[in-house]
Design a protein. Structure first.
Lengths: 121, 171
């Protein structure tokens, strides 16, 4: 059965938290582009754009391939689509609930200890 | 988001897993670092249950929580989300202290049957929640519905996916 990796999901969100990177994804949705093209379009240095592309690549949102001296970037959307399925959302909902349940149960445990001590005394 | 967590001495966070066992079944598992009787108590006492069932991130508040936890007993939870209200209700089918809870969901004819088991191992409790839906469509609909609760967090991503999908379709 499919299990979704929290770490990968977090990486996707971190990658999407930046306006330039979202712009790059939109751009690549229209057509593949080299890092030089992207740097020009977003008025950035090559080094700056390389960093953004690297973040997107790590999150699996973009793939790059070097042909000759040019590195071409294209959308690697499949993984994002997979992770965005409702099962992952559902998991996050339960995860949030269970974090709260941890606190409630932790509190019960503490109370029990205190009561136990009182009884012995 | 993590700043608060880092400052707290949380020992270790147990993982929540969700698996779709079949077209009609969903299984959620999680371990709790406490004996089963305490975890069971938190599921069956309304005053405790309401402390965790609606986490902050859901962006909802729980208006009322009535639970008659015994076989044949009813439950009813009422929520507010902005101006809209929703209710979640059904019947407990089986209540076995510290080990098993079964209830139905009766908001629609396509409601699920939920079985929660509490299995204690070395002072920890493995919780398994099994949801059985009458059809694949019912599970899909319920899943997306529950997931929609997390809308705020995911709205941005959805928007982007739609934009990307549309621009990809064009090329």
């Amino acid at each position: 059965m499919v299990q979704y990796s929290q770490a990968r999901f977090d990486a996707s969100f971190a990658a999407l938290s930046d306006a330039t990177r979202r712009g790059v994804l939109e751009q690549l949705g229209r057509a593949n582009a080299s890092i030089t093209d992207l740097a020009e379009k977003f008025h950035m240095t090559l080094t700056g754009m390389k960093k953004h592309v690297h973040v997107l690549e790590r999150a699996g949102l973009v793939t790059t391939a070097k042909v000759g001296r040019v590195r071409t970037c294209k959308l690697g959307l499949r993984r994002l689509e997979e992770e965005a399925t409702w099962i992952e959302r559902y998991r996050q909902l339960w995860d949030a609930r269970f974090d709260e349940l941890d606190k409630v149960v932790g509190e019960l445990k503490r109370k029990e200890k205190v009561d136990g001590r009182k009884k012995k005394e | 988001m993590d700043a608060r967590r880092k400052s707290e001495p949380t020992p270790m966070k147990n993982r929540t897993t969700v698996e779709r066992k079949s077209e009609r079944e969903l299984v959620v598992t999680r371990t709790f670092n406490a004996p089963a009787r305490l975890v069971f108590e938190a599921w069956t006492k309304p005053e405790l249950f309401r402390q965790w069932w609606v986490p902050m991130s859901m962006g909802m508040s729980l208006l009322s929580c009535e639970m008659d936890v015994r076989a044949g007993g009813k439950y009813r939870l009422e929520f507010a989300h902005g101006d809209s209200k929703a209710a979640f209700f059904g019947t407990y089918k089986e209540v076995t202290p510290h080990s098993r809870l079964v209830w139905t969901n009766e908001e629609s004819d396509e409601g699920s049957v939920t079985t929660v088991t509490f299995e204690e191992k070395g002072g920890n409790t493995l919780l398994v929640m099994h949801e059985l839906y009458p059809s694949k469509e019912a599970l899909d609909a319920a899943g997306t519905g529950a997931a929609d609760v997390m809308v705020e967090t995911f709205a941005q991503l959805d928007e982007l996916l739609v934009t990307l999908g549309a621009s990809m379709g064009r090329s």
